[in-house]
Design a protein around this ligand. Structure first.
Ligand code: KG4
Ligand code: ZN
Length: 344
């Protein structure tokens, strides 16, 4: 059995490597963020991201192995994110992982980035209560998934347009708060009144059963973002902290309402939160309250595990390897790879 997995993450703007044992013990987790290089452009520039991964990956992998107190020959397998993400960025991590697999003669495991976010929650709490509803909210995705077993999922619904993190980033840019927007709005919202403005809760109705099934668990954040932008255009005197708090409340309210419906609909025994937006303070607070109220188990990764890192990649890689074995070395980068859904 392969126990020590080197994880590699290069799907977007973080170059990360980690060594994790049996998807439970994090021996090291190194992240080199490119945020400063992209900030002047107000978002991630794919060409800059790819070049930065080339420069940073080898030192980051070396630091992950050394700070774990290991040598490369101690590793049992290497897992890398193969998608979804920026193709030029993914290719750097995938190529490095395959090269290491060949040189060290250890298995290579292809990992889906969304599945990795999900496993971040179980790195810290391993006693799963299944079935489990997972709310995955990142800069590129927003979805509700039913996890029936390890690596076995059913997609309940996803966003029809913008992801929740994307809405945070766009609203922050409009207010002039810089990039990435989520953490700044989270901070600013603490000083604001979340009931100051009643922004829309998209695709949320009083009675969920009256909604068509394909909309009940779906999200839409583009209209909400436009409502905020139109409000700011009309009234330039408005208090930015109140806008941030009211916008954040509308997003969080929508996310937790749908997650609650999903638990009630599926009879799940737990609720798990994953993805970069899971670092949001108000979402974390409402998520825990909802789980308490439903008397179900809350799986919530620590903040540092919410945003992109390689420990979650190594953890998901260990499960994939245990259940399905190694991935072929002709596996490529798949920029639009969906969560590996086994049942519909
Ligand atoms: O998962 P992630 O690190 O990268 C993707 O896979 O997309 O998520 C990044 C997203 C960004 O949109 C960022 O603004 C958002 O997560 N984010 C937050 C917070 N921290 C990061 N959104 C709201 N509140 C936060 N505290
Ligand atoms: Zn991510």
């Amino acid at each position: 059995m392969s126990d020590l997995i080197l994880g590699i993450e290069t799907s977007c703007d973080e170059t990360a490597a980690a060594v994790v044992e049996r998807a439970q013990i994090v021996h090291s987790s190194v992240i080199s963020s490119q945020v400063d290089r992209h900030a002047p452009f107000g978002g991630v520039v794919p060409e800059i991201a790819g070049r930065a991964h080339v420069e940073d990956l080898i030192p980051v992998v070396a630091e992950a192995i050394v700070s774990a107190g290991l040598e490369d020959r101690d590793l049992d397998a290497v897992a890398a994110t193969t998608g979804p993400g920026l193709v030029g960025s993914l290719l750097i991590g995938v190529s490095a992982a395959k090269a290491l697999s060949l040189v060290l003669d250890i298995p290579f495991v292809s990992v889906n980035h969304l599945e990795a976010h999900l496993y971040a929650a179980f790195l810290e709490e391993s006693d799963l209560k299944l079935p489990l509803v997972v709310l995955l909210v990142s800069g590129g995705h927003t979805m509700l998934v039913l996890m029936e077993d390890h690596c076995r999922y059913r997609l309940l619904g996803s966003t029809l347009d913008d992801a929740a993190g994307e809405a945070f980033d766009k609203v922050a840019r409009y207010i002039g708060l810089g990039y990435p927007g989520g953490p700044v709005i989270d901070q600013l919202a603490r000083e604001g009144d979340r009931s100051a403005y009643e922004y829309p809760r998209p695709l949320v109705q009083e009675n969920p059963m009256s909604m068509p099934e394909d909309r009940r668990f779906a999200f839409s954040f583009s209209g909400l973002k436009t409502a905020v932008v139109n409000h700011l255009r009309k009234d330039s005197e408005v208090c930015a902290a109140d806008v941030a708090a009211s916008f954040q409340e509308a997003v969080v309210d929508t996310l937790v309402t749908k997650a609650r419906w999903a638990v009630q609909h599926t009879g799940a025994r737990g609720l798990c939160l994953g993805g970069g937006v899971a670092a949001n303070s108000r979402l974390r607070e409402r998520f825990i309250d909802t789980c308490d109220d439903l008397a179900i188990r809350a799986f919530l990764p620590s903040r540092s595990m919410c945003t992109d890192n390689a420990a979650m990649v190594a953890a998901a890689g260990w499960w994939r390897l245990s259940m399905f074995g190694r991935s072929p070395l002709d596996t490529g980068a798949e920029p639009n790879q969906g969560l590996p859904v086994s049942i519909r």
